[in-house]
Design a protein around this ligand. Structure first.
Ligand code: SF4
Length: 436
């Protein structure tokens, strides 16, 4: 690789999009480090000469952010501050051809499954023996762990299968080995992620194996919290809840994106469940594990969505009283089956509907938080910010959920568990004092 900048070779990885992308970046940096290539994440110092942008192609806003980031890096290259700009990830997988024609200054484009080729370009060898070892970009005490890649579902709005392909589960042995490595390096909390968690095992073991995987992971010594992200409601494997209840290190937490509740919308979204079935499932989950915290995400403004659909969704939220809710506005994505529909809800109306839903959820969230005042909860300290400590309970995942503002007379360290007496509740957060 010819360097014009006169800098020593150092690779900076910029990651956009979701936690699955972050894991890919961490694997790439682990491989580079093992090849003795200097590598950093999100470097602000500009003492690197090579950039890899790991892009997101999920929805409009994410695509725009990815393209802007590529253009910024290309500009730095044109100013002579970088030698090489490479692009990988979902956006690159989806639009490689068009993008290469539009932004020729990028040195090479790679798809989501082309790690060995990026390494080759960077004069590094792919080291298969590094199974599960990666360079974490998250704080030392937590990490994401991807248990599968791709998705076999056919939700009509979703472009993910176009970019990530069909579902491929990792073996249980590989996942447990990865978890052991992470714990050895100080990780206390692991967030299991996949496009569709509950499908785990169906491809390689010919049956759903999430519960068995959880049993094995819960035996990893030193692993304090295991958290489940992205479960699909149809054919939900109920045995997962038994394991969750019986193993203290599996958080009583389930992230289950439901997308909508009106039957018209669920059908148009090809979600394979009706509102009645989903309500029944939520009741069964809570009956099996009464202490569980359920997080869901929704979509506002899908083609054909009417006022009645929104009212139905609000009614559903009031009845179900989810602990955590996130919402996206619909993005009309080419290549998806919903692209054949007319994207007939104007952008500002989509936004207004999302806002309306979140205002309702805010009230529900405050009520739920108020129920926690006076209780003592186990909290994982994440950081110190503006002179106070911030942490999370087992009911809160990183970045997307609530935080606990912790008051302590003694200094606390990130990654430390403390018992906190909750004294105040806010719309989304809690506040309290360390006890014991
Ligand atoms: S289950 Fe999730 S990732 Fe799979 S198609 Fe549906 S929305 Fe997309």
């Amino acid at each position: 690789m010819k360097a014009k900048t006169l800098k020593q070779n150092k690779v900076n990885i910029i990651t956009l999009g979701c936690s699955k992308n972050l894991v890919d970046s961490e694997v790439l940096s682990g491989q580079l480090a093992a090849n003795d290539i200097a590598v950093v994440h999100e470097n602000k110092k500009l003492d690197h000469n090579i950039v890899v942008v790991n892009t997101c192609g999920f929805i409009d806003k994410a695509k725009e952010e990815s393209v802007n980031t590529i253009l910024d890096q290309v500009q730095l290259k044109q100013k002579g501050k970088l030698d090489k700009v490479y692009v990988t990830g979902c956006l690159s997988e989806r639009y490689k051809g068009d993008l290469a024609a539009e932004i020729p200054e990028v040195d090479a484009w790679f798809g989501t499954l082309e790690l060995p080729f990026i390494l080759q370009e960077l004069n590094a060898d792919y080291k298969a023996e590094l199974l599960g070892e990666r360079m974490l970009s998250t704080p030392k005490h937590y990490a994401y762990l991807k248990i599968s890649e791709g998705c076999n579902r056919t939700c009509s709005f979703c472009a993910i299968p176009l970019m990530r392909g069909q579902h491929v589960s990792k073996t249980m042995e590989a996942i447990v080995t990865e978890a052991e490595h992470l714990v050895k390096n100080g990780v206390k909390e692991i967030m299991l992620i996949a496009q569709e968690l509950t499908y785990y095992g169906l491809d390689i073991y010919k049956e759903r194996k999430l519960a068995q995987l959880l049993e094995k992971l819960s035996d990893v010594k030193g692993l304090e919290w295991i958290r489940l992200h992205y479960a699909y409601p149809n054919k939900f494997p109920m045995d997962v809840l038994e394991v969750m209840k019986s193993k203290p290190n599996i958080c009583n937490y389930l992230d289950m994106p439901l997308q909508h509740a009106s039957n018209n919308m669920l059908k148009a979204m090809k979600r394979q469940s009706t509102r009645e079935e989903i309500e029944q499932l939520v009741h069964s989950i809570r009956a099996a594990n009464p202490g569980i915290c359920i997080r869901t995400t929704l979509i506002a403004g899908f083609p054909g969505e009417t006022r009645e659909d929104i009212e139905e969704l609000k009614d559903f939220l009031v009845r179900m009283r989810f602990d955590r809710v996130g919402i996206f506005t619909y993005s009309h994505e080419e290549g998806t089956s919903a692209y054949a529909l007319v994207d007939d809800v104007p952008a500002d109306e989509k936004q207004a509907r999302a806002q309306e839903i979140m205002e309702l959820q805010q009230e529900l969230s405050l009520e739920k938080n108020q129920e926690k005042v006076g209780k003592v909860l186990r909290v994982l300290v994440d950081k110190k910010e503006a002179g106070r400590y911030l942490g999370r309970t087992e009911f809160d995942s990183v970045e997307v959920d609530n935080e606990v503002v912790i008051h302590s007379t003694k200094p606390l360290k990130p990654g430390q568990f403390v018992n906190v007496h909750i004294t105040k509740a806010y719309d989304y957060d809690l506040e309290g004092e360390v006890v014991g």
